[in-house]
Design a protein around this ligand. Sequence first.
Ligand code: PMP
Length: 377
Amino acid sequence: MDRIYLDYNASAPLRPVARRAMLEVLDRERATLNASSVHYFGREGRKILEEARGKVASLVGVPAAQVVFASGATEANNTVIQHFSRHYPLKRILISAIEHPSVLKVESNHELIPVTGEGLVDLDALENLLSEDGGAVLVSVMAVNNETGAIQNLAGVSALARKYGAFVHSDAVQAAGRIPLNISEMGVDFLTLSSHKIGGPPGAGALVMGLCGETPTLIFGGGQERGARAGTENLPAIAGFGAAAQESLERMNHYQALGSWRDRLEQDILKATPDAVIHAKDVARVANTSLFSLPGVSSETLLMALDLEGVAISNGAACSSGRVEPSHVLTAMGASREIASSALRISLGWATKESDLTAFINAWTKVCARLNRNHSA
Ligand code: PMP
């Protein structure tokens, strides 16, 4: 069976350039390169590390020195939230209600910023929270939501945060390589990136530091990453991350062109199943993502039926301890439990072909007919 992969927001397939960059490091016969060593091999490692740092920096429009490599976005997000929670225990931390768990679950004292029905941070509500007694030290709002693909108004968020003297962190994992990112135009102080969402390997990510003077640090030990993140750098993964960052920046136009395929796909879904509900449809979204619900059918049922047809997509729900919870993102957007429990996410990427979408629609029509949920039902 030809299997179709439409789950790029979970993890994108490794780009060939990233694989080559990793193999160049892995295949060195004499030494696994430790970029901290002073000898020849260490210097070679340092060169590879700094080249990758430059490529990742270009993706977000900062000088290389502002990029701190980490094990992934989860670590980068934890680093920022833990730093502010530890160092400013009397100040408040405001986190949007639709953040990834690696932001939401780091500490329990934060306050949630509500979102609108279309999944955008409610700026009036944010201003109310910021103006309350006790002052907020940090506002954390993601650049693009991983479930809906909705693009947040970060300039608006940052302007409000500045007005009230709060720092701004943005998880830009799902924005990188999809929309132009510039940390100063966005007005953010800290930005999180992940390698495996842009076609690099898993196990690498970065915390990009603005120039606000704070250096959040989570892992202490050796002086790697200028003391901001101890531990020998994962050079093969970082080399792959750098290569993927460079290619995704160069090919961003291709990514944006996926929007017409995504829009056609949504029309085809509505044609086959007119009661499907497409989420965040009327706000700016990244071109590769579609989140929709088929009320009355659980996402797991659809997901498994599609998997049997050879189509890999995702649900908008989080599975923890074997129990599937409705999507917290859709719940925050005011969706009913029925809608939030029947959500499915399709996400396209660098290797998606138009024929993959035809295969999806064929499988969708077949599965929904079997469940008596097509237009003739
Ligand atoms: N933030 C967002 C928005 C994500 O989608 C993910 C991956 N699901 C992460 C953070 C975590 O990234 P990583 O796997 O690199 O830790």
